[in-house]
Ligand binder design. Structure first.
Ligand code: FAD
Ligand code: GLY
Length: 374
């Protein structure tokens, strides 16, 4: 089989998967290369929240992108089921962003007002209303912002669902193939150099998560990204303790099917160490007990960690390399890569096709920080 493709995607996480899936839908011969196992990094570690409102503090380009992407999930869930048989576990029971202090209540009401003005629904629940809805929550919680549309999925299933659907449409997927370098000539990309030889294409998309920056250094581009480790654990309850996702200062309890609850997540910048620390588990358990004391009755399941790809201005990079035509970058989705995957897949496929994108990608340009410094 020839080693020449219409497009090569580097990275078998949710972002690479979404891009490959969208390229496959539009036809063409696509190759996806993953240096490890598919969905083995951040995308397999994520809690799966679609926190377009709970994870954002105000209006802005990321909020706009996030709310559009969240709206795409019901259709994506159907498509993936049809193409791959995978159920991505979409649950639409909303999210409660809980306030433990008077100051937090004021802050969340301010955010609610901004979101309401943008046309997004968010409602205030008093402590009493909240405990009527979720009786297991702590009496220390004073109130909460209820966000009906912030649902959740099974992140690993979404990732594998994109990838399996892409494969069903003809995308060639190779695990344990690491891209070391690019073949570049006269301001254009011509292919990639890997541990299994050279693969050629005029379109290469770097979706390597927290590892993208290292790879792109080979092209003379210094992306302003850094890794942020996050640890989670899960428990199983034998009676229903929770039905809505609970969110507090970046920590959360996410009720999954079968009585599982995912408790996350720590935030440890600038490390690629994916081991779970006892300190991390202890922090998470304290946070979980503060929110829902009866969590201690649950049965331990497992713990894991992942590395989030963060950028210094908090916006992902979505666009073409400033110096090499055909070399595209889609990374830096930090806490929201699962949420942002459907829209990322579409806009990157639009760019490659040379179509006008449905979204304004100017705020996400790859050279935006370089330009600001000059
Ligand atoms: P990754 O999933 O890291 O995938 C990149 C892939 O590229 C990796 O598999 C890597 O091996 C491969 N790769 C890298 N370099 C090369 C190379 N040179 N050659 C070949 N392959 C390469 N987001 C949400 O929206 N909702 C959540 O609830 C949520 N919860 C999270 C909880 C935790 C604990 C963590 C850590 C993250 C969470 N996130 C969440 C964030 C989300 O997981 C990430 O934003 C998203 O997974 C990033 O996807 P990605 O495909 O860019 O990166
Ligand atoms: N979005 C949840 C996390 O990154 O931990």
């Amino acid at each position: 089989m020839s080693n020449t493709y219409d497009a090569i995607v580097v990275g078998g996480g949710v972002i690479g998967g979404a891009i490959a899936y969208n390229l496959a839908k539009r036809g063409g011969k696509v190759l996806l290369l993953e240096k490890d196992r598919l969905a083995s990094k951040s995308s397999g570690a994520a809690a799966g929240m679609l926190g377009a409102q709970s994870e954002m503090d105000g209006d802005g380009p990321l909020f706009q992108l996030a709310r559009k992407s969240r709206a795409m999930f019901p259709k994506i869930a159907e498509e993936i089921k049809e193409n791959s048989g995978i159920d991505i576990g979409l649950i639409n029971k909303g999210m409660l962003k809980v306030a433990l202090t008077e100051q937090e209540q004021q802050e969340y009401k301010r955010i609610m007002a901004i979101q309401n003005q943008s046309g997004e629904q968010a409602d205030w629940f008093t402590g009493e209303e909240l405990r009527r809805k979720e009786p297991a929550l702590s009496d220390a919680i004073k109130g909460a912002m209820y966000i009906e549309k912030d649902g959740q999925v099974e992140a690993d299933q979404l990732t594998l669902g994109f990838l399996k659907s892409a494969a069903a449409s003809g995308v060639v997927i190779k695990e344990y193939v690491e891209v070391y370098d690019f073949q570049l000539s006269k301001g254009k990309v011509e292919g990639v150099v890997t541990n299994q030889g050279i693969f050629t294409s005029e379109n290469v998309i770097v979706a390597g998560g927290a590892w993208s920056q290292k790879l792109l250094l080979e092209t003379g581009l210094q992306l302003d990204t850094y890794p942020v480790k996050g640890e989670c654990f899960s428990v199983v309850t034998h009676r229903q303790m929770l039905s809505t996702t609970i969110f507090s200062h970046g920590y959360y309890l996410v009720p999954k099917k079968g009585g599982r609850i995912v408790v996350g997540a720590t935030v440890m910048p600038r490390t690629f160490n994916q081991k779970v620390s006892l300190n991390g588990i202890s922090i998470l358990l304290e946070q979980a007990k503060n929110l829902m004391p009866s969590i201690v009755e649950a049965e331990w399941e497992r713990a894991w960690a992942g590395i989030r790809p963060q950028t210094i201005d908090g916006l992902p990079y979505l666009g073409e390399h400033p110096a090499y035509k055909g070399l595209y970058i889609a990374t830096g989705h930090f806490r929201n890569g699962i949420l942002l995957s459907p829209i990322t897949g579409v806009v990157i496929a639009d760019l490659i096709e040379g179509k006008p994108t449905s979204e304004n990608l100017e705020p996400f340009r790859v050279d935006r920080l370089v330009r600001q410094l000059t």
